[in-house]
Design a protein around this ligand. Structure first.
Ligand code: ATP
Ligand code: MG
Length: 695
């Protein structure tokens, strides 16, 4: 019996997909059909070999990829195949622990709850407070990583006793409340298998076939776990591409490939790319050839024709960059009939999404964002906007309720309920209802203060001239910034940055809208409200906005790699360490190889980030991908700049009073271009200014 999906495979893929017993490692470049081979093999095992779906476990990395894999397998082998276990490593852990966590004897019970990253950070913040630790010195993000590392590698990376205490309290808090974080999902599953042979044997018996996609990104624990599970039947089938390993920062370990060879052996190489046209692959090949550390060297080749050469677009501003992309998307959809969902805008990190969200919304282009919270859904953004809306129109109860006690003004839910009741009875707004409230003392005083604050700001707003004054005025006047500053930790610093980024939106609005100040403000607020609605709609046919990490394994007809700018991509840390640089390059390689027919590489010469302007240079990856030598010479000239006799020279490390440490990129006359860590980025500074010291 030959199925039609089996016929579509090339001989090597076929060989791998119909490989039944014994381990196999399919090592191959992007788009060569690794995932397709893996899913076909599952269908083959079920349909042709008669293996029951319950005895198959397929593991991948993102929920998105797991969902896609499930759909493909059901497409091929029918609904019966839905009995397979197709999970991410984490959701696999959940399945196992829901059944047997009690056997660990650690006090956890089956109905445990899982906490997300946000919760984890709030826990750490509370503990820092409780232990009276200096939140300027102890950073939440940093502690979060250290805790994770400690849990994973038992590597004592804590700097002092306090940090260790945070870890202990954190762990205690979690287990007292029957809570698991993401690390636990994996680690406790591993522990369970290692310690409880009865459980392990049950699963070893059950899973006759185990398949792992994106094997290059497995970490040590994940590998050990799969190895244990495959201990009985030895049918471990893994597919991966070392050039796409992008999780080293989280402990992913390419050594696993060597382990696999030692532990299991059996290798199959696929060589033809079925995803992209030739010109796109040339970019990918040139780029990745720059990496020194490549355990498996190969060039991607394709039969899909030359196609169009990738476009490299430089825009004068970030706004122009996003507009350019939006216009091109409209053209692609209209003239070439490409559905929105076949188009992706990719960038290095979530903080860069805002400009693209804004522009797509403005042009009414539907989009979905993978991972990360959409800018306008972030708490601090919603809060500040609620204030502004309420100031413009104090009868909007919905917004009043959101912020009346943010920052805390000791106005509790009971009082708010009372006000709401009066407003309903008298058919007036809650703001007005405050005057009819029959209470005394502190709460009443707070309410009166709140009301006069809103009206005072209203008066001030009405005399403003430019939109850009609004955000920071409201953020300070309401005490919102002070509230964040008092928290004094890095998470609240991020929130302040986001508010500054909201200021960017208002700065742009100033140029974009017409009319009086209030008219402009109203238009801007309406626009934002529309955005958020669009955001909620979650249409199916929508442009994908995502970081590179979130689109691993996926493909799109047209890909925009945006913000191809030095100090953003590669990230500033990468210039310090060649290994980090190679990882950044693999991330870019993942980006390029997502594109089937069209690739656009875009950047801007001026960027408004966190409310201030930076002037970024082109990403080095752009140069590395391009064919001609001319570009190289042009760049060298650019970098050398004019000769100078000054005390700073390119490459010097400096310390700046405000921007911290940086590296001199070039000197022109008295002006030094210096690269600081984000959010500062590139700055032009008078080279003998007292704020700079050479270090
Ligand atoms: P990545 O490294 O990005 O995860 P991959 O190696 O898993 O890529 P797939 O996603 O499986 O590659 O395949 C890439 C594209 O090529 C898909 O659209 C797939 O359907 C198609 N494809 C794979 N093999 C063949 C084939 N033999 N004939 C036609 N199309 C194929
Ligand atoms: Mg794949």
């Amino acid at each position: 019996m030959m199925n039609k999906w089996l016929e579509k495979l090339n001989p090597k893929q076929y060989q791998a997909a119909t490989h039944i017993d014994g381990p196999l490692f399919v090592i191959a470049g992007a788009g060569t059909g690794k995932t397709r081979t893996l899913t076909t093999r599952v269908a083959y095992l079920i349909e042709n070999a008669g293996i029951s779906p319950e005895s198959i476990l397929a593991v991948t990395f993102t929920n998105k990829a797991a969902k896609e894999m499930r759909e493909r397998i059901i497409d091929m082998a029918g609904p019966y195949a839905s009995g397979c276990w197709i999970y991410t490593f984490h959701s696999f852990g959940v399945q196992v622990l829901r059944k047997d966590i009690e056997r660990l004897g650690m006090g956890y019970t089956r109905n445990f709850n899982i906490i997300d990253e946000d919760d984890v950070k709030s826990f750490i913040r509370e503990i820092i407070k409780k232990l009276n630790m200096d939140s300027k010195h102890y950073k939440i993000n940093d502690l979060r990583n250290k805790i994770s590392r400690f849990k994973h590698f038992n590597e004592d990376s804590f700097d002092d006793y306090n940090e260790k205490m945070v870890f202990q309290s954190y762990q205690q808090e979690l287990s007292l409340n029957n809570l698991l974080d993401f690390d636990d999902l994996q680690l406790l599953t591993f522990k369970l298998f290692s310690e409880d042979h009865e459980v392990l044997e049950r699963y070893q018996e059950r899973f006759q076939y185990i398949l792992v996609d994106e094997f290059q990104d497995t970490d040590h624990i994940q590998y050990q776990m799969m190895k244990m599970l495959a201990g009985k039947h030895k049918n471990l089938f893994v597919v991966g591409d070392p050039d796409q390993s992008i999780y080293a920062f989280r402990g992913a370990n390419y050594e696993n490939a060597n382990h696999f060879n030692k532990d299991f052996g059996g290798e199959c190489v696929l060589d033809l790319n079925y995803r992209s046209t030739v010109e796109i692959l040339k970019f990918a090949n040139r780029l990745i050839a720059q990496n020194q550390h490549r355990p498996f060297k190969k060039n991607l080749e394709s039969n899909l024709g030359n196609g169009k050469e990738p476009f490299i677009w430089t825009a004068p501003t970030d706004f122009a960059e996003a507009t350019m992309i939006a216009n091109e998307i409209i053209r692609l959809v209209k003239e070439e009939g490409i559905p929105y969902q076949d188009i992706a805008i990719l960038y290095r990190n979530n903080a860069l999404s805002r400009q693209f969200e804004d522009t797509l919304m403005k042009y009414n282009i539907p989009y979905v964002m993978y991972g990360g919270i959409s800018f306008y859904q972030r708490r601090e953004i919603k809060d500040i906007l609620a204030y502004i809306r309420l100031i413009v129109n104090p009868t909007l109860d919905f917004y009043l309720k959101r912020i009346i006690n943010v920052p805390r003004r000791s106005i509790g839910p009971t009082t708010i309920n009372k006000i709401e009741l009066i407003s309903k009875e008298k058919n007036i707004s809650m703001m007005e209802a405050i005057d009819y409230l029959d209470i005394n003392g502190k709460t009443m005083e707070s309410l009166k203060n709140f009301k006069s604050l809103i009206f005072e700001m209203k008066e001030r707003l009405e005399s403003m001239e430019t939109l850009e004054e609004v955000v920071m005025y409201v953020a300070y006047q309401t005490g919102y910034i002070m509230m964040l500053e008092e928290e004094k930790d890095d998470i609240s610093e991020e929130r302040i940055d986001n508010i500054k980024e909201l200021k960017s939106v208002f700065v742009m609005g100033n140029e974009f809208y017409e009319g009086t100040f209030i008219e402009k403000l109203q238009q801007l607020l309406d626009q934002i409200a529309l955005y958020t609605d669009l955001d909620k709609a979650q249409q199916k046919d929508a442009v994908v906005l995502s970081t590179y990490h979130q689109v691993k394994g996926l493909e799109f007809d047209c890909v925009f790699m945006a913000v191809m700018e030095d100090q953003i991509f590669p990230s500033p840390q990468a210039s310090m360490d060649p290994r980090d640089m190679e990882e950044e390059r693999r991330i870019a390689y993942v980006g390029v190889t997502r594109a089937k027919r069209r690739l656009y590489l875009t950047r801007s010469e001026k960027r408004l980030l966190y409310g201030s302007f930076i002037y970024p240079r082109a990403s080095r990856f752009l140069r590395e991908m391009q064919p001609t030598k001319e570009i190289l010479t042009k760049f060298n000239k650019e970098q050398t700049g004019t000769p100078n006799t000054s005390f700073l020279k390119p490459g010097d490390k400096v310390m700046h009073q405000i921007f911290g440490s940086g590296i001199v990129v070039s000197i022109e006359g008295e002006i030094a271009t210096i690269a600081f860590s984000l959010p500062h980025g590139i700055k032009k500074i008078l080279e003998n200014h007292p704020s700079i010291k050479k270090v």
